[in-house]
Design a protein around this ligand. Sequence first.
Ligand code: C5P
Length: 401
Amino acid sequence: MSGLAGSRILLVIAGGIAAFKALELIRSLRRAGATVSCVLTRHGAEFVTPLSLQALSEAKVYTELFSLTDESEMGHIQLSRSADLLVVVPATADLLAKMAAGLADDLAATVLLATDKPVLVAPAMNVRMWEHAATQANVRTLRARGVHLVGPVEGPMACNEYGYGRMAEPEAIQQAIAELLDAPRPLAGKHAIVTSGPTHEPIDPVRYLANRSSGRQGHAIATALARLGARVTLVSGPVALADPPGVTVRRVETAREMLAACEAALPADIAVFAAAVADWRVDHAAEGKIKKRPGAAPPTLGLVPNPDILATLAAPGPRRPTLVVGFAAETDDLMANAQGKRERKNADWIVANDVSPATGIMGGEENAIHLVTAAGIDTWPRLPKDQVADRLAARIAAAVR
Ligand code: C5P
């Protein structure tokens, strides 16, 4: 039976021409056995009427944040939690921006901020608005927080332009809803440790050694493993990313703190070391800020090696996680180095990627990886980092089952 039967869906309908497609969606969701409630924004009501939504959903339509009856019957917190899934149809550029910024200035935005349930958005807007850096940044933020997207798709638009921005068809939205409700949780009961981001190694209280890692790939892997049901501890160096939903985050600065946080999180079934850990730290960081004195020679930094977190946790022993995955970011001899690293560090798998500046991978949005296992090397196409994460999480789930 489809996960739709018996499910409770809260549809948020915002103000766009695609709002009329929400009517068809309600009809087909109900046909599949779902209960549908609707929140209609003020602008949404310019395109569809509360009455038509109420007639199709056979349920009360919510429009006002401060309606006394609604607050006594069902407050906005309750409304946001009583559904299995929240679906925004259409998700306008404005509502996506509000969601990304955490605004709560009307019922729709408040419900979306207050919910602890999965959220699926179906963006619909003019192609320029969709492609605008602001919208793209908002979408990245929302994705990183675990919001699911369906569409937009390419095609002719109501405004006579052509391109990406058309809302996905109701059938595709329903399919995405069904997939989310049916989402398998093959990693339920498993604990995964993921390291992410760079480390900062102090030179003195104000200066440090660091690298260009953004943490995007590691954070996306933590999100993907959690989505498959794993309990995830994400040990993160300093990054400018939101904490992934449903993940325990331990923030650290240095490699030694990262190692300690990983050891404290044991035991684990899975460990993925995606962090770009500094190989060296400054021996005896200065306690006070190193002064620049006119005419004096620049200071010399003496470096000592950092502990290798991957090699330490992958060493044979009773606390070794069942599956240990390392990364190899290389600019030369990628495969040979990755193979060597797998054996030397006793990792089960190595995710190898070329981080030469021309690839734009380090700190960028996409990744092109080779998965090195005992069985050989799989080369994946260049993909957004969240899709690399989903694929890797699926491989991990198949391996530790
Ligand atoms: O030796 P290299 O730094 O290239 O190895 C990369 C892999 O080892 C990554 O998985 C990285 O997270 C991990 N590593 C580590 N601790 C270090 C250095 C690297 O866990 N000190």
